[in-house]
Design a protein around this ligand. Structure first.
Ligand code: CA
Length: 246
């Protein structure tokens, strides 16, 4: 663990991590929703006669929906998707997701957010999702722990993950923070790439079907098997974070 922090500090030439905020990805980190996203994407693509596999949507996870649609269109049909197609396909995917999603949380997500929030850290959600009711859902499941003004969603950014913009905006919203004043909790390779490109220490939790290596290869500083593991090891991690100096 200490090695991961030291490697990060050396790479960016930071004297330490002065932790003020934790930036959380949403699907697969807070909500156990990735299986429903994958199922909805696959069924939507089948309906529109665009070949895909359920598994590949775990790789695209975190990307803005329109980019996923356009990438598949280019691959399978050899052309860009039109605005209308993007709208229609994404609408159908959203419909199916609403039908399947049972709203269940990742085990220990609430406990972890509550713990770090009560320890005085600012908690920010940075998601590629564009569901209009997102904040209500968050407020219902994590009452008082996230603020609407601090959220970064698909509506806020021009470039989705793996571009660093969502996480850079998260730093801004959290209080004009520098990259070494926050850490990111992510579960998807494209999300990890975005966080790493933003220069932020990135903890990946592997809540999906992919091997840990995919997350490590994407650049995650630490890969943990679950939110519970992060919760259980937080004292140790926070101790190392606070101790880091030149
Ligand atoms: Ca995710």
């Amino acid at each position: 663990m200490t090695t991961a922090f030291n490697n990060y500090l050396n790479k960016h030439n930071y004297p330490k991590i002065d932790l003020k905020a934790i930036l959380f990805d949403m699907d697969g980190v807070l909500y156990d929703s990735m299986k429903w996203h994958a199922k909805s994407w696959k069924e939507t693509m089948d309906e529109f006669d665009i070949p895909s596999t359920s598994e590949e949507f775990y790789l695209y996870e975190g990307m803005v929906g329109s980019h996923t649609i356009n990438d598949l269109m280019k691959r399978e049909k050899g052309r860009e998707a039109t605005e209308d197609e993007i709208k229609t396909i994404y609408k159908r995917k959203t419909e199916l997701f609403s039908k399947y999603n049972d709203g269940s949380l990742i085990p220990y997500a609430y406990d972890f957010v509550k713990m770090v929030h009560d320890a005085g850290l600012t908690c920010v959600v940075v998601t590629g999702s564009g569901q209009p009711t997102l904040i209500n859902k968050l407020e219902h499941n994590f009452p008082g722990l996230f603020q609407k003004e601090l959220m970064v969603t698909a509506f806020d950014v021009k470039h989705g993950k793996p571009h660093p913009e969502p996480y850079l905006m998260g730093l801004e919203k959290a209080g004009h923070l520098k990259p070494n004043e926050a850490i990111v909790v992510e579960n998807a390779p494209r999300g990890v790439e975005a966080a790493v490109a933003a220069g932020i220490f990135t903890i990946a939790i592997n809540t999906g079907p992919m091997p840990d290596k995919v997350l490590a290869d994407a650049g995650a500083d630490i890969v943990l098997p679950s939110m519970k593991a992060l919760y259980d090891r937080w004292d140790e991690l926070y101790g190392i974070i606070k101790a880091t100096k030149v």
